[in-house]
Write a protein that binds this ligand. Structure first.
Ligand code: C2E
Ligand code: MG
Ligand code: MG
Ligand code: MG
Length: 277
């Protein structure tokens, strides 16, 4: 049979599936090299107090400085890091680097705010989390609280006792915990509110829809009240317009993050921002 006959018999589908697998394998190899060559870099995005406009914190967001492709966004490689478990090593590097930067800013006479680091589900359930945090805190060498972590709802849903145990151990290190992308998971409210956490981050999709849809406005209002009743702080993600900021202030949401206040920027640009503050 000719190659063309074979193609017809086995169909395009198998070849497409082969290509997907081949691409995954080469991406995995590339990501391992990237880790070794330290091509992952931290960007920092400000978090602000919605009433005063003052800086209250920053979130570390990983980027891949690819030698050929330039700056690669997390959506293109974090899922693969998670699939391969590499996210544990990369996450450790992001946390360590965040505390190195924090210390360098201090030593430069700046007043860096608390830095939030995203912790992936696999990293959250890995025993090295605690020693990673301790090591990062030692690097910062701070008498203050330089680090917090953000965990998505999906890492928290199963295995309640284990989750509570991990969260309690993190908090014992005086590292506050935020639930990231709050509202996008499928966990029950009663489950989430029983967890020892400090902050709720309202997902960007709610913030975006709020100004067009009264239903979403009501939803955000309810989440803010719920959080306050539980003594949690609320941070709204993805604020892009003055209108959104105004509505969130009306709803008594105290902190915000979004392009309106600042995009994620490299460490040196963030330092310049601190210097100007
Ligand atoms: P996330 O933790 O919810 O981070 C917020 C994302 O929203 C960031 O995207 C940020 O750049 C983006 N963003 C902030 N303000 C605005 C806005 O006003 N408008 C819009 N359209 N977007 C805004 P980014 O940096 O692409 O990161 C995407 C996701 O990748 C993060 O979502 C987080 O889940 C994951 N990620 C990023 N860095 C890390 C990391 O170091 N470790 C792990 N495990 N995940 C990370
Ligand atoms: Mg992005
Ligand atoms: Mg986050
Ligand atoms: Mg988020």
């Amino acid at each position: 049979a000719s190659a063309r006959d074979l193609d017809l018999r086995f169909g395009q589908y198998d070849r497409a599936a082969d290509r997907v697998v081949a691409r995954q394998i080469s991406l995995e190899v590339e990501l391992r090299d990237a880790l070794e060559r330290q091509e992952f870099v931290n960007f920092y995005q400000p978090k602000i107090d919605l009433r005063t406009g003052k800086l209250t914190g920053a979130e570390a967001l990983v980027r891949w400085r690819h030698p050929q492709r330039g700056l690669v966004q997390p959506s293109e490689f974090v899922p693969e890091l998670e699939r391969t478990g590499l996210v544990i090593a990369v996450g450790r590097q992001v946390m360590q680097r965040a505390m190195q930067d924090w210390r360098a800013w201090r030593e430069a006479g700046l007043q860096p705010p608390q830095i939030a680091v995203n912790v992936a589900p696999a990293q959250f359930r890995c025993d090295s989390l605690f020693s990673d945090i301790e090591q990062a805190l030692n690097t910062a060498g701070a008498e203050m609280h330089p680090l917090s972590i953000e965990i998505t709802e999906s890492s928290l849903v199963s295995d309640h006792d284990r989750v509570v145990d991990i969260l309690s151990r993190v908090r014992a290190l005086e590292v506050p915990v935020a639930i990231d992308d709050f509202g996008t998971g499928y966990s029950s409210l009663s489950y989430l509110v029983s967890l020892p956490v400090d902050v709720m981050k309202i997902d960007r999709s709610f913030v975006t829809r709020m100004s067009q849809d009264a239903g979403y406005m009501g939803l955000v209002s309810t989440v803010v009240s719920l959080a306050h009743n539980l003594d949690l702080k609320v941070v709204a993600e993805g604020i892009e317009t003055e209108e959104e900021a105004k509505l969130l202030k009306l709803l008594r949401c105290e902190q915000g993050q979004g392009y309106l206040y600042g995009h994620p920027v490299p460490a040196d640009e963030f330092a310049a921002l601190l210097d100007a503050a």
